[in-house]
Ligand binder design. Structure first.
Ligand code: F6P
Length: 463
């Protein structure tokens, strides 16, 4: 199947083989599939999820026209927010989970690993970019502070650092600790300015922002962290690093418009979700390996792992019955992990499917001399990258292992918006098929309670 030849979905190794989901399985699921399709149609109309709470991710492709997702003032602010980053030497994006993973992905895809080593002119006036708050580990913060200090010495003045703090709840302990720590340890050699993205009224970050009159964007109601990359969370960051947000959103729009039918054969997202659901329910698929090919897309796997893990990993269905649904998300990257994980995918427990992602158009002309079976010649490395992916796919099929492939035509903001949004939809449809609430994450509250209690006890003990 294809969505306008920009995003192709190849399901040949997921459907219609003796070792994969069968046409008959889809036939038997027809009512369920239709119902899942209908529930998304309803959700699109009502903006309400299975438990009645707001779920507005299908409006994200239209966010720049949707007052309830982004106010006029915010739109105006967004249109010139890049001036803040251009006036800074360093941008530090502070957040975790959905307030981090998508931005790391955009940075890796569009800036790349050598961004911070480039000159300011080469970065077209945009600042160096670092991430913090995605771990509690203090060593990373101290190393970051050392780097900021080095930059100040090089510049012969205090570094201008923009701290972008993102937290939907405004209470998450990792980013709030990172913010407090960085404000203290950077102060001797940095001029700090702050920009926050958080809930419109709840949470300590919002109160802090109000108290200190900080510029602030809102994470709209009805947009969960893992669905937030096409909201203010990702769009503000994208503008701060010079990524075209209109293109991101128009890719998402293309997918939203192509995936509305309640019939799987007319809706690639519903079809893929149905196949993955059948693979999980009927064929014991307990894990999904997300495996983009090429380093550029490496962190896409981490972003997708949260989307899949938090959305589908649920103890109860929406009627309160214990079902323990979900698949273990495994972020991998080709060809790197063909030399570490593929052995297990190929011959280990038959409990997984591999979700490949590749890019159709060559991105470079770099070729290397090869000699195979006595034949010598120049071979483009892009060709070899795709050839390795196909070899992996074929070898898995020969061993009766399921996989599916998504090919985007190019790596552009348009295609990344399309790809992210396509996965939003497959996850939403699969949640509906499984009869679970794909939009909450009650499980993470358990460890948070234990953690906060322990920290409280530490404070009491050390008073
Ligand atoms: O944006 P926040 O509220 O800081 O949350 C960060 C992440 O933490 C979680 O709540 C899980 O702990 C994720 O769902 C979320 O993406």
């Amino acid at each position: 199947m294809t969505i306008q030849n920009e995003l192709d979905i190849d399901i040949r190794n997921l459907l219609g083989n003796p070792w994969s989901v069968k046409e008959g399985d889809l036939k038997n699921m027809e009512d369920r599939i239709h119902q899942a399709g209908r529930s998304l149609t309803e959700l699109r109309k009502s903006g309400k999820g299975p438990d009645g709470s707001l779920v507005l991710f299908p409006r994200l492709p239209y966010i720049l026209e949707e007052e309830r997702l982004m106010s006029k003032e915010e739109r105006e602010h967004l249109s010139h927010v890049h001036e803040l980053s251009k006036a800074s030497d360093i941008l530090i994006s502070i957040g975790i989970g959905g307030s981090y993973l998508g931005n790391q992905m955009l940075f890796d895809v569009f800036c790349g690993p050598y961004w911070n080593m480039m000159s300011r002119e080469e970065r077209q006036g945009f600042p160096q970019v670092f991430f913090a708050g995605q771990n509690m580990d203090p060593h990373g913060l101290l190393q970051l502070a050392e780097e900021v200090e080095r930059q100040s010495r090089r510049l012969g003045r205090k570094c201008r650092v923009l701290l972008l703090v993102i937290s939907k709840s405004g209470t998450t302990i990792e980013p709030s600790s990172a913010l407090k720590a960085l404000r203290t340890i950077l102060a001797p050699f940095a001029d700090l300015s702050l920009l926050a993205i958080t809930d419109k009224e709840k949470g300590t970050l919002r109160h802090y922002a109000n108290e200190h009159h900080l510029p602030c964007f809102t994470v709209p109601d009805g947009i969960g962290g893992r669905f937030s990359e096409l909201s203010q969370v990702g769009l503000v960051f994208a503008r701060l690093i010079g990524v075209d947000i209109e293109a991101l959103l128009s890719g998402a729009r293309m997918v939203e418009e192509a995936c509305q039918s309640e019939k799987a054969e007319e809706n690639p997202a519903l079809l893929l979700a149905s196949l993955k659901y059948a693979a999980s329910r009927k064929y014991g698929t307990a894990a999904e390996i997300i495996m983009p090919y090429g380093d550029t897309l490496r962190s896409f796997g981490w972003w997708y792992a949260q989307l899949l893990g938090e959305s589908l990993g649920k103890k109860y269905d929406i009627r309160g019955r214990e079902i323990h649904y979900g698949r273990i998300p495994v972020a991998a990257v080709g060809t790197t992990d063909m030399h570490s994980l593929t052995q297990e995918h190929q011959q280990g427990a038959k409990n997984k499917l591999v979700q490949f992602i590749s890019v159709k158009e060559s991105r470079s002309t770099l070729s290397v001399p090869c000699e195979e079976g006595g034949e010598k010649g120049m071979v483009p490395m892009d060709y070899m990258l795709e050839s390795a992916r196909k070899a992996n796919e074929k070898a898995l099929a020969c061993e009766g292992r399921m996989s599916c492939s998504i090919h985007i035509r190019k790596i552009t903001p348009f295609h990344m918006g399309a790809l992210m949004y396509f996965f939003f939809l497959t996850i939403a449809y699969e949640g509906a098929l499984a009869g679970i609430n794909a939009y909450d994450q009650p499980g993470v509250e358990d460890y948070k309670k234990i953690l906060h209690q322990d920290i409280r006890e530490y404070i009491v003990r050390n008073k």
